[in-house]
Design a binder for this molecule. Structure first.
Ligand code: FAD
Length: 484
């Protein structure tokens, strides 16, 4: 169910980012406009906040930003909680600087609050939230919009070009690029919308957490997966995201088109994906930095192709799917050929525990998996080998899909994203090959030559396959039902 956009949103030049999720009337005699952030954890260059401020200004109400973190979302771990809470701390500080209130709640045994969005919504004229096409943010937004008594507006903050302006039904990436590339210039700039009102400092239905509290101590006391530690390579918070962006401009971009595919190079790729996934940085800000840098045109074009041409393609695809994380999104021809070969002998079968811990018989695969375990991130070139190889390591294609999604979602900071499932689907499908191989059928296979052939590639892989990694707990069974 959806409705029209109210004043402040309907007449906004960014209104194609906004979607009414229900058709409840704006509430009157209330205290604020509620802006619920789930994943776009940044205070500036954030269209979700801007939409809430526009609506607040039109209604003469301040904006209250809310960010809550539950203990029981799938894969909750020290790694994810730490990254999220660091981002949330900086979000709160940034909101204060911009002149509006931001309150936090971290769900835990001695501080449970049931239905906080609904309770905060009772004093709100409307709810503004994120339009995320995957995982918890999507599930929660859909449920809340159905049940809450106030109008709910979903705003796309993840893409430079709002998917809605591209129209529905684009079937392939070349068709997507034909519409997306000419649209980019119109969405390259944007200014933070300023609030007309003082920050909300009235009553709240709960006692908020201190965003500047001790994150380590808090996380240690939670009932989450403590076997997966925070990533030292990808520190939490806005300053760390900005440092990555500066590093991209200074060290990486000048050679990006040649270094980006080389997994052995420290400064070959940007390492921005964790910060983009959690919205610590937005694509508009990243593209502005790239466009204004002195790097050569081919490097900038290559970066834009990754950040906009690929990332936004997968966002576009996910938006049209009921469940982007499910195996049935893999191309029909690929599922058919894989099914024909489901009974083939599989000499490379591995146990889930060996895969999870990067202790299989395949050195290259272990090198890939140990990047996930140690850093919470994997180089793009390795991810392709890693995903394809899982088809040979698991008993059937559905288990392969669930295993790839599970490992990526649990371990990687950038997992649970439209790019997770879109890329794994591309590895399990892509273009059909002419050769019909055991296990893979007509799905293309991939070797590790692109890394081995690099200068020192063999030694690099051997070292990467034996690097120290955390001893993560092994589940009693794979959470197949989430993916198949
Ligand atoms: P760079 O190579 O520097 O690229 C810059 C940015 O462009 C990235 O941060 C990312 O936002 C975007 N990008 C680059 N390549 C892709 C791509 N193939 N698809 C979509 N966006 C891209 N990306 C995720 O964000 N989350 C995932 O869970 C994820 N899972 C993947 C699984 C497989 C099997 C494969 C093949 C790719 C996956 N990717 C995923 C895409 C890509 O590998 C990562 O985005 C990239 O490696 C992140 O490193 P980087 O930030 O240094 O990227």
């Amino acid at each position: 169910m959806s409705g029209a956009l109210p004043p402040g949103l309907g007449d906004w030049h960014e209104c194609p980012r906004v979607r009414a999720m229900n058709d409840r009337p704006i509430a009157t005699g209330v205290l604020y406009v509620l802006c619920w952030l789930q994943q776009a954890l940044r205070a500036t260059d954030n269209p979700v906040i801007d939409a809430a401020v526009r609506l607040g200004n039109a209604l003469g109400l301040p904006v209250l930003v809310y960010h809550g973190v539950r203990e029981d979302y799938p894969y909750a771990s020290d790694r994810l909680h730490h990254f999220i809470l660091g981002a949330s701390r900086d979000l709160a500080a940034g909101c204060r600087t911009r002149g509006f209130a931001c309150v936090q709640h971290i769900d835990r045994a001695d501080h449970r609050e049931k239905g906080l969005v609904y309770r905060l919504g009772a004093d709100a004229a409307a709810l503004v939230l994120e339009d995320q096409p995957t995982f918890v943010a999507r599930w929660q937004a859909e449920r809340v919009a159905e049940r809450i008594a106030i109008p709910t507006y979903a705003v796309n903050a993840a893409c430079l070009v709002p998917p809605a302006v591209l129209g529905d039904g684009i079937g392939g990436r070349s068709g997507f690029l034909r519409r997306h590339e000419p649209a980019r210039a119109a969405w390259a700039d944007g200014e933070d919308v300023q609030t007309d009102l003082p920050a909300y400092d009235g009553a709240l239905p709960f006692v908020p957490d201190d965003p500047d509290g001790d994150i380590e101590a808090l996380v240690a006391g939670l009932d989450i997966d403590h076997s997966l530690p925070p990533s030292a390579a990808f520190p939490a918070g806005r300053a760390a995201g900005e440092a990555r962006l500066h590093r991209l401009i200074r060290d990486v971009l000048p050679g990006y088109a040649t270094t980006r595919n080389d997994a052995t190079q420290r400064e070959g790729a940007s390492g921005l994906s964790p910060y983009l996934h959690f919205g610590v940085l937005g694509p508009r800000e990243a593209m502005r930095a790239v466009t204004s840098s002195p790097a050569g045109a081919r490097h900038k074009t290559k970066f834009a192709d990754e950040l906009l041409g690929w990332r936004e393609w997968f966002h576009y695809q996910a938006r049209a799917l009921v469940a982007p994380e499910r195996y049935d999104r893999v191309a029909g021809w690929a599922r058919a050929t894989l099914a024909e070969h489901a009974g083939d002998p599989r000499p490379h079968l591995e146990r889930l525990s060996a895969m999870l811990r990067g202790e299989t018989r395949d050195e290259t695969w272990n090198a890939c998996q140990r990047q996930f375990l140690r850093f919470g991130w994997m180089h793009n070139n390795l991810r392709m080998y890693w995903a394809k190889r899982i088809l040979a390591m698991t008993p059937d294609p559905e288990t392969a899909w669930a295993t790839a999604c599970y490992l990526n979602d649990r371990l990687s900071l950038d997992g649970r994203d439209p790019s997770t499932y879109g890329n794994i689907a591309a590895m399990f499908g892509g273009a059909p090959g002419d050769t019909d191989r055991p296990v893979y059928g007509r799905v293309a296979t991939r070797g590790d030559g692109s890394t081995r052939a690099r200068d020192g590639g063999d030694a690099w892989l051997a070292k990467a396959a034996s690097r120290d990694v955390p001893a993560v707990t092994v589940p009693s069974e794979l959470p197949r039902e989430r993916y198949v």
